[in-house]
Design a protein around this ligand. Structure first.
Ligand code: PLP
Length: 407
């Protein structure tokens, strides 16, 4: 077994991975972010913090999640053995609760009893509302009005869990606008309020902190694959919205340089700007992603020739965002990780294949990773293995797919 991967992708003390990351925020947020950073860095070193978190991840969330040998998908691909890391089996149906649980424990340590969060599809909002209910904390969730309408059931879920859902009518009435509103709330109420960010994005320390709470995925997967196959997998594949489920799986393998790390972005319904959410794809017509700042961090951002943030499209709300987490930008530029794309149509095919061949209905986000995984497995030997992060379950998407059928 190779040595434990520790420092290969640690940012500097200001949260920079190379030129990416950092903290681009108004003056008023500097002190609260400093406070959060020192509190997190302290907790990170304390075994009682991790002991409390690990117990809740086990007893409340359902960890460890299984690593499942997907034999029919494997036979369909005709190559390497395909293993699925079953984050879909977690409480609330996706990996997001790993991060929400970690951050809520931090908020409690900091004496903050009001939690705010932003949500796109509602998955992060539901995870946050859930952990707030568990600890009896006040919870306010910001959601774009457009998203709230598309995801009415998740709005109802959050309210059932005791959260206040604030719909945002500014801008495109989607996630980007909800984040702005949440940041505004935080600036005003920072004395008693904790901002629980949902992906490996935003100003330092969020990208680092969210990664640390999600690496449980990769740590478990590494142990599980070694105990089943006796060797490391050839590749890891995960869909990338902001990048938290992917970095959580990748991170414990970064120092194992023979393991390919492959992220899958949303190619949406076309190549031109506004039709996809592939930040790393800079084709001729696409306008593509360029290095820029969005919501407090430096990374690849989809923008037009004037630097205006572009709108995005994906069939899955969780991948539908103009920026990607800064650590992914770093891993991509230094060549350690690769990023490919899957279109709406390919995601739908992956969705159906996974359901039919394995009896698992994946989230549409997750479904983006299925066809790329099949392609990669096909080129490898049968005694090799690959791991696909099954980031969430697809119950939330069944209606959407049914509506497509009836169109
Ligand atoms: C939110 C979500 C994603 C995308 O977010 P990341 O931070 O990129 O992981 C992917 N899959 C599921 C199931 C989600 O809910």
């Amino acid at each position: 077994m190779d040595k434990p991967p520790l420092t290969k992708s640690e940012p500097d003390e200001h949260g920079h991975w190379g030129k990416f990351g950092g903290r681009y925020v108004p003056e008023t947020l500097v002190a609260p972010l400093d406070e959060l950073t020192s509190e997190f860095m302290r907790a990170r070193e304390q075994s009682d913090f991790w002991a409390e978190l690990n117990q809740l991840l086990r007893d409340y969330c359902g960890r460890p999640t299984p690593l499942f040998h997907a034999q029919r998908l494997t036979a369909h691909a005709g190559g390497a053995q395909i293993y699925l890391k079953r984050e879909d089996l977690l409480h609330t149906g996706a990996h997001k609760i790993n991060n929400a649980m970690g951050q809520v424990l931090l908020a409690r340590r900091m004496g903050k009893h009001r939690i705010i969060a932003e949500t796109g599809a509602g998955q992060h909002g539901v995870a946050t509302a859930t952990v707030c209910a568990l600890f009896g904390l006040r919870c306010v969730i910001y959601m774009g009005a457009e998203d709230a309408q598309r995801q009415a059931l998740n709005v109802f879920r959050m309210r059932l869990l005791g959260a206040e859902v604030v719909t945002v009518n500014a801008g495109t009435r989607t996630l980007k606008d909800a984040i702005n509103e949440a940041l505004r709330d935080w600036v005003t109420n920072v004395h008693d309020t904790y901002y629980l960010l949902g992906s490996a994005l935003g100003p330092h320390p969020y990208p680092l902190m969210v990664r640390e709470f999600q690496t449980v995925i990769g740590r478990e997967a590494r142990e599980q694959i070694l105990s089943v196959t006796g060797k490391l997998p050839r590749a890891l594949i995960a869909c990338v919205g902001g990048g938290s489920n992917a970095i959580g799986l990748f991170h414990p393998f970064i120092a194992s340089e023979k393991v390919r790390l492959i992220g899958v972005e949303a190619a949406g319904r076309g190549d031109s700007l506004g039709e996809h959410a592939a930040r790393f794809h800079s084709g001729a017509a696409s306008g593509g992603g360029h290095v820029g700042v969005l919501q407090g961090t430096m990374s690849y951002v989809l923008q037009d020739a004037n630097g205006q943030i572009a709108t995005t499209h994906s069939i899955s709300a969780g991948l539908d965002y103009s920026a990607i987490g800064p650590e992914h930008a770093f891993l991509r530029d230094c060549g350690r990780a690769e990023y490919t794309r899957a279109s709406d149509a390919e995601a739908l095919e992956g969705f159906r294949l996974c359901a039919k061949l394995e009896g698992i209905i994946p989230a549409l986000e997750t479904a983006h990773a299925i066809l790329p995984a099949i392609c990669i497995a096909r080129d490898l030997a049968r005694d090799d293995s690959i791991i696909v992060n099954l980031s969430g379950r697809g119950d939330k998407d069944v209606q959407l797919v049914a509506d497509l059928h009836s169109e």
